[in-house]
Design a protein around this ligand. Sequence first.
Ligand code: DGT
Ligand code: CA
Ligand code: CA
Ligand code: ZN
Length: 586
Amino acid sequence: MFNLYSVDNKSIANILYETADLLEIDGQDSFRIRSYRNAAQAIENHTEQIRDIIGEPKKVLAIPGIGKGMLVNLQELFKDGTLSVQADLLKKYHPSMLQLLKIQGLGPKTIALIWSAHQVCDVDGVEKLARGGKIRELPRMGEKHEQKLLKAIEDYRRISGRFRIDAAETEAQKLTEYLAKFPGIDRITPAGSLRRGRETAGDLDILVTGTACCSEAERQQAVQYIAKYPPLMSIIAQGDNKISFQLRSGMQVDVRLLPPESFGAAMQYFTGSKAHNVALRQRALKMGYTLNEYSLADLKTEKPVAGKTEEEIYAKLKLDYIPPELRENLGEIDAAEKHTLPVLITLDDLQGDVHMHTVETDGRNTIEEMAEAAMARGYKYIAITDHSKNLAFANGLDDKRAVAHIQKIREANQRIDGITIFAGIEVDILADGDLDLSDDVLAQMDVVIASVHSVFNQEPAKMTERLLKAVANPNTSIIGHPTGRLQLRRDAYHFDMDAVLTAAAKQKVAMELNSYPDRLDLNDVHLRQAKQRGVKIVINTDSHHTSHLDKIRYGILQARRAWLTKDDVLNTLPAQQFAKAMKHAW
Ligand code: DGT
Ligand code: CA
Ligand code: CA
Ligand code: ZN
């Protein structure tokens, strides 16, 4: 069973929401359904992680909306990794029901209708019904509903085709914990787009090796074990050294079992990218070798010359080792040959994180708590950057509150040893390009992040002008999440990126790499463009909770994919130099 001690409140809430929907489809009484929804909501909003308090029933029962029955459910969830109420319902219907519930506008009531009329509960089946005009015949449904449903299925397919890096990573971790329990599996590693740090993954590629992968009979036993992975929904293909399946989340997984002597070759091959591999194979051929997933071998004798590690393969091909993030055939092979690969930035290079919110606006923790958490990560400084008044729903600060907040931050900085706390703001860039607070107040800040949070649909020329005005404001230190895109949800707003980058380089205004996995903004492509224009980057988390500080690693991955080095990133500087950089001096 996978380890639920790494499961956060959000995932527990999701299981309870799903269960409530399933109970509703099953026609159970509304009181019971509501108790699941209420518990889900309470857990989702609870600041303490259930996994930390599950051993203390009193604390769990103290959460409003959680009664004795729900406590038993939660205990079961942590003990067995599943909820029997949910498991039974999924057995009665089919696990595909969970994917149906993810379709916009398709609720439990309609699903129940479809089920009772047609006993269909999978996306393909429902689509077929809609195309055949069968949905409009159901009670209280019409042609309009049918068309809307078809459109929603199309959207679902488009979006669910790829998963965000954090979701892919979580699934990979859970599966890894499960695989590690099989005797004779010694190494498990993700390959593919996840290992290259791409912002989304189409599917998971997991490589496994150990004594259990040596003979066909042994591999078959391991494959049998993998086929019993609880979140597995259906097996797509199964072979001698490979099994592909779909998880209940909709994610597809390829697991390959390899003998230790070809593990490096397999890592190289399945990490990709395809374009990198094609180029590398051509190089191998020119040098008298063949390269495949089993080894690098002599072209004539077919004798393997490397395969156990990736390092020896690159070395034999007379290349410096190429980090996975660079393997996109964008010049890395050439650079590896000439020994000019950049020394990519690492997490350890960062000295601080300068975009975070507190309880003063829409964050969940205090200045002190953020500072302590940052110190525990080894940071030398942070900046507290709460919202400005234009973001009314986030309780944004007006001039007066902003000044008082600066004072509070300065006091906290005095009180707390071992870390510098800069006073900052994430100020809204208004529709006309003005900033949302007075110049006089902004001038008192150490760090001014200017961000667009409203009126996204301006004409590109207008949006460009708006951003240029914000860059030109002498108080602006950083442009926050510069394109505004939300992955798989909202496209970037349209503007002339090159014009904005050119102006930013000239004014010495930095661009943010916002590490929040919904955002990853700027992305790898824009970061490379920024570097070419001589623009400096600040890598931040935009934390609204102490636990969010961890998300910095997603930003680091994107920075590495963009070939960024320590010198390209301002928050690798010591505190005093960083403070100067925020005032356009570097
Ligand atoms: P994804 O899943 O769309 O996010 O992207 P990847 O890069 O994970 O692609 P995937 O899962 O199709 O394949 C994993 C790796 O396997 C890929 O990066 C390179 C390797 N690979 C797959 N198909 C081929 C192929 O036809 N030729 C070569 N040379 N490599 C391949
Ligand atoms: Ca993949
Ligand atoms: Ca794959
Ligand atoms: Zn923001």
